[in-house]
Design a protein. Structure first.
Length: 439
């Protein structure tokens, strides 16, 4: 908080005429004492860490209780099984291996060596061998049963652990799915995880706060670009009107006419740049209002709009466009097709070039392909073509073929529709551009 005293209150040092508070007419500083420094604020702007309760149901405590309980239950089950098996083994080993009838020894099936009338030393030796054999058989049976019990208990423990791990880690799956949706330019998604106030809940809340800040930042950026583009339209329109009026003046000198034409071309280029920036700002986020759009119709409209320029440059337009319907914005998709076709026409051969525009439906997606002849494009330069104001072998705008935003707009619109765009160089020169959109 700020100090409670203020210069206007009667109890302040200024009102009591403290040294250093008055001006030259008020006596100045007495005895040349240095001026008093203002008091430091007593508040700390740093955020105080949230206190963690001692009995907070954290993931560590829950996992400790879970796995400790599982080990305890497994140990009790294993101890019980071993006890039962050992009791059965002792019962098997305690059976008498012979019986005496009419003074003769008759062995059981487990001990055939004890038969007839035997001397005492021989009888004791064979009896010992028989007991040893029974003990080995009991131990072998105990080992086999213990291994089978351990195997069954291990399978049950793994199954139970898998189910419990899935329940514990299910919030992480929800966080991952939300992050994947956000990565697809959908900044409106939130996790909003419910449950105990543990580390996963804290991670989810932190992630939601980060998404809020990112959404505000992206929204502010797009708003700024949109406002700047709108504000730049007015002076550019005024300049264009003045230049057109000057060109229409029959009394203007040839030098002035040439200057006006040059300035008009520069002004038109600036208008295209502003329009491209505005469209780029509009197409960054995922679309909310979607309608069925025939991708073949959109591509045909783009081909018709670029046909005049293609005939001027001697470029042949061809291709097969199959009806393919997607959910999206028809105006933005038409701009995608137009930008691709215009780029393919402008960056083409001087003679004998062609551009193939085709659409087709594939399993789960629609594909718009624009293939053209042209100069050889190195594979390492393909990714740079989708950056704003980048062209092949040039980083800034410097030609009359566009303003350097065409492919950037294509990528942004494709992402806003949940699709993607890719470029593959042709061996003979030119590119194959493919825009894939989900059906």
């Amino acid at each position: 908080m700020a100090p409670s005293t203020s210069p206007e209150s009667p109890g302040t040092p200024a009102s009591r005429g403290t040294p250093g508070a008055a001006g030259p007419e008020g006596g100045g500083r007495s005895g040349g004492a240095p001026p008093r420094t203002p008091p430091k604020p007593s508040w700390d702007p740093r955020e105080t860490p949230r206190s963690l309760p001692l009995l907070r149901p954290t993931i560590r405590i829950r996992l400790t209780l879970l796995y400790g309980g599982m080990f305890l239950i497994a140990g009790m089950l294993l101890l019980t099984i071993i006890y039962l098996l050992a009791a059965q083994a002792l019962d098997d080993a305690s059976h008498v291996s012979f019986r005496i009838l009419n003074g003769e020894v008759q062995p059981t099936s487990d001990c055939q060596g004890l038969t007839g009338t035997l001397p005492s030393d021989v009888f004791m030796q064979r009896l010992s061998e028989c007991a040893e054999a029974q003990r080995r058989m009991a131990l072998d049976g105990l080992l086999r049963r213990s291994l089978l019990a351990l195997l069954g208990l291990a399978v049950a423990a793994f199954a139970f652990g898998y189910v419990m791990a899935g329940r514990v880690l299910s919030p992480l799956g929800r966080i991952t799915r939300t992050a994947r949706q956000v990565a697809g330019s959908d900044l409106h998604k939130r996790i909003e995880l419910e449950g105990p106030d543990d580390e996963l809940k804290e991670l989810s809340d932190t992630f939601d706060d980060m998404l809020d800040r990112l959404e505000r930042a992206f929204t502010a950026q797009q708003r700024f670009v949109g406002n700047a583009s709108h504000e730049l339209r007015t002076p550019l329109a005024i300049n264009r009107t003045l230049l057109e009026v000057q060109l229409a003046d029959p009394d203007a000198s040839p030098e002035l006419q040439q200057l006006a034409k040059t300035l008009l071309a520069t002004n038109e280029r600036s208008e295209q740049l502003v329009e491209g920036l505005l469209l780029l700002a509009r197409s960054e986020n995922e679309l909310v209002d979607r309608k069925p759009v025939d991708l073949a119709e959109v591509a045909s409209q783009a081909v018709e709009q670029a046909r005049g320029e293609a005939e001027t440059k001697g470029v042949e337009l061809r291709g097969v466009r199959q009806p393919t319907y997607v959910q999206g914005n028809g105006v933005l998709l038409e701009r995608v097709a137009l930008n691709l076709v215009q780029n393919a026409v402008r960056y083409n051969l001087r003679a004998g070039g062609w551009v193939s525009v085709s659409t087709e439906a594939q399993p789960g997606q629609a594909v718009l392909s624009v293939e053209n002849t042209g100069p050889v494009v190195p594979a390492y330069e393909v990714d740079n073509l989708f950056e704003p104001f980048r062209r092949l072998r040039t980083e800034r705008t410097g030609s009359d073929k566009g303003v350097g935003l065409g492919l950037s707009i294509v990528r942004s619109v494709a992402r806003a529709h949940g699709g993607a765009v890719s470029a593959v160089p042709r061996e003979d020169g030119g590119l194959v551009m493919r825009v894939t959109l989900p059906l």
